[in-house]
Design a binder for this molecule. Structure first.
Ligand code: ZN
Length: 294
């Protein structure tokens, strides 16, 4: 069972406002130096870490989404925010970087390169199908088209990091041989097919995501300094049906919702995984007190 999606707050130098149309969905594998079950937490922490590059150094590692092995999604960037260092330029003469046109997904996999899970393919397919419909992206794996990264980008599709000019130049091996291209594309097409039972779409708009991130910011400012990030159980859904406006979400601390939502999980700084989440059952109104009482 996937856990609730996680709102990630990336370091500011890892992204910039998008200036080109979205044409690609990038497929990467995390391969952090830890076990499969720790890939998600490690990657999420890395996106938020001050040690992940810096503005002077001019690079870091970034992505738009992290897809855990149980299908949980970490939302790092809004779609109109471009990951700066996910898949860059190709070889000599390359005219554009993949990221300029790409939304980048890091699929959790350890360096042992175990199989990707059914939950990952399922959730990945729902996410990719949603973006394909939203941005008119063709559900297919690109290869030849993105080898040189030159010329007009009058095509669209999925870019494997190991099969684009940038990946070839850098010798990238993700997502690697375990990623089942044909099965995944078939699954995405299935999820795009309106004849299928409707998929419950949980994708937030860019604006909603930014409002939510601002809300997390506000909450964290009010919370103890040892809070690294905050996770809202079912937040997007509750958020929508609660009938409150976006303005309310900007300041959760003063959110006086009559809602009986919610469960809030807080990951304490320095903790390695989700087992250390403190869990609260709290209404929005009581949230600051509860979190502040950590
Ligand atoms: Zn990659």
């Amino acid at each position: 069972m996937p856990r609730p999606d996680v709102i990630v707050k990336p370091q500011p130098w890892l992204w910039q406002p998008r200036f080109r149309p979205i044409r690609f969905l990038e497929i990467h594998a995390t391969r952090g130096p830890t076990t499969p079950d720790k890939q998600f937490g490690a990657t999420v922490n890395w996106m938020q870490s001050a040690g992940n590059g810096n503005p002077l150094q001019g690079w870091g590692s970034s992505c738009s989404y992290v897809l855990d092995r149980d299908g949980t999604l970490g939302i790092v960037l809004a779609d109109d925010e471009m990951p700066k260092y996910s898949a860059g330029y190709g070889g000599a003469g390359s005219e554009w970087s993949i990221d300029e046109y790409g939304i980048s997904y890091e699929w959790c996999q350890s360096p042992a390169q175990e199989e990707f899970t059914t939950a990952q393919y399922e959730r990945g397919a729902v996410e990719f199908a949603t973006k394909c419909r939203l941005y008119g992206i063709e559900p297919r794996i690109l290869d030849e088209e993105v080898r040189t990264q030159k010329g007009p980008v009058n095509f669209s599709g999925f870019v494997r990091h190991d099969r684009c000019g940038n990946g070839y130049r850098l010798g990238k091996s993700d997502p690697g041989p375990k990623f089942r291209d044909a099965d995944f594309v078939a699954l995405v097409k299935e999820r795009m097919n309106p004849a299928q039972p409707p998929v419950e779409e949980e994708t937030m708009s860019s604006q909603e995501y930014k409002e939510l991130r601002a809300a997390v910011d506000a909450l964290q400012k009010k919370a103890a300094a040892n809070v690294e990030f905050v996770q809202f159980e079912g937040f997007p859904q509750v958020y929508r049906v609660s009938g409150h406006t976006l303005e309310h979400a900007k300041d959760l601390a003063s959110f006086d919702a009559q809602s009986d939502f919610a469960e809030v999980r807080v990951l304490k700084k320095g903790s390695a995984d989700y087992a250390t989440f403190a869990r609260f059952n709290a209404s929005f109104a009581s949230l600051p007190r509860e979190v502040g009482g950590l």
